[in-house]
Design a binder for this molecule. Structure first.
Ligand code: UT7
Length: 324
């Protein structure tokens, strides 16, 4: 049976560090508040360049780690809600930069769950033999859309890129994958697109700023239940038990959300890989960044059952279980 597996991982983390202490000089907050409510100590911010630059670096990192040549890539999917421009897509810019001349390339947006949505698409193409190697890049420059005067949100987010190469496998790879959206709950986490810009519209045009706005408590409630539900679903679909999980790579939004899921599932906290204290919430990039670090540190071994799980704007959620 053909399965889709992860042949290699990669990342790019911008070097500029912003600590909680730095933020406490900009808004009315403190290291104590941010650490106790979220677990975040610092985040990285992109000072020069754009999403495609970070995405390209992460992609080159994956090419080195997966032993796949750029010309052997059939498809590039970039997950982002902060692309360089509306067109060309971030994926087409990455394609040009890495010389993946045989690929079709496009962007998707499912906010923080975007990496899992991209993986779900990639799995379908691999299993139906329409592609052999698919590069997924998940990249965010959230610093562009954060309101740096709003303490409710500016302390939470960071920039970064993670990437994977998805290829054909036989005895390992994705055992089940699930994504789900709740459009009716979308108002609790928003960022408006551009305002109207045409001379034919007579009514007063709103001065729209593209800032993230979030009802933290509402999203917290959703995140805790969605995460548990999504993990239970993929484990059941793979005909496994919760106790068969070797490692969980969760979306890195808040330590307390992960702790809740750990208790609810009866799965020890040491099964959850956590790096949010150093990068904050990098939206869809957080899972592939954490996955790359977990693999590099030897926290994931061959034969492990690895769960990836995410939730976020849309609202959206998703999970997968992968035999490593
Ligand atoms: O990746 C997308 C998914 N997003 C998430 O997963 C986020 C989910 N939500 C959360 O992680 C949490 O709800 C937050 C970390 C955003 C907030 O934690 P909370 O425990 O829900 O705090 P809260 O919103 O109830 O705020 C408590 C208090 C408020 O003051 P009052 O009204 O009680 O006087 C806030 O104004 O804390 C205040 N506050 C802050 N104080 C210091 C809010 N932000 C800050 C801050 N520093 N940065």
């Amino acid at each position: 049976m053909i399965r889709a597996g992860i042949k290699g991982t990669g990342l790019y983390i911008p070097p500029f560090v912003v600590t909680n202490e730095d933020l406490s000089k900009m808004v009315d907050t403190s290291d104590e508040w941010i650490t106790s409510r979220t677990g975040i100590k610092e985040r990285r911010i992109l000072i020069e360049g754009d999403a495609s630059d970070m995405g390209t670096e992460a992609a080159l990192n994956v090419l080195r780690n997966s032993n796949v040549k750029a010309e052997e890539i059939d498809m590039i999917i970039v997950s982002t809600l902060t692309p360089d421009m509306f067109t060309p897509s971030c994926a087409c810019i990455v394609q040009k930069n890495i010389g993946a001349v045989n690929a079709s390339a496009f962007d998707i947006n499912a906010a923080c769950s975007g990496f899992l949505y991209a993986l779900n698409i990639a799995e379908s193409f691999i299993k139906s033999k329409k592609a052999k190697n698919i590069l997924i890049v998940a990249v965010e420059v959230l610093s562009k859309i954060v309101n740096w005067e709003d303490r409710n949100t500016c302390v939470l987010f960071g920039d970064g890129a993670g990437a994977v190469m998805v290829s054909e496998e036989s005895n390992k790879g994705i055992m089940s994958i699930y994504t789900k959206s709740y459009g009716d709950k979308g108002d609790s986490l928003t960022c408006k697109a551009l305002g109207l810009n045409n001379p034919f519209v007579r009514h007063k045009q709103e001065n729209i700023k593209s800032f993230v706005s979030m009802d933290g408590k509402e999203v917290f409630r959703f995140a805790t239940s969605a995460m548990v539900e999504a993990i239970e679903k993929v484990v059941q679909d793979a005909e496994l038990n919760i106790s068969d999980i070797s490692k969980v790579i969760p979306h890195q939004a808040n330590y307390r959300i992960i702790e809740y899921a750990s208790k609810k599932l009866g799965l020890d906290m040491d099964k959850f890989y956590i790096n949010l204290y150093k990068y904050g919430n990098t939206s869809c990039a957080s899972i592939p960044i954490a996955l790359h670090e977990a693999v590099s540190e030897g926290a994931i071994k061959e034969g492990d059952n690895v769960v990836l799980v995410g939730f976020g704007g849309g609202l959206t959620c998703g999970a997968t279980i992968i035999r490593w």
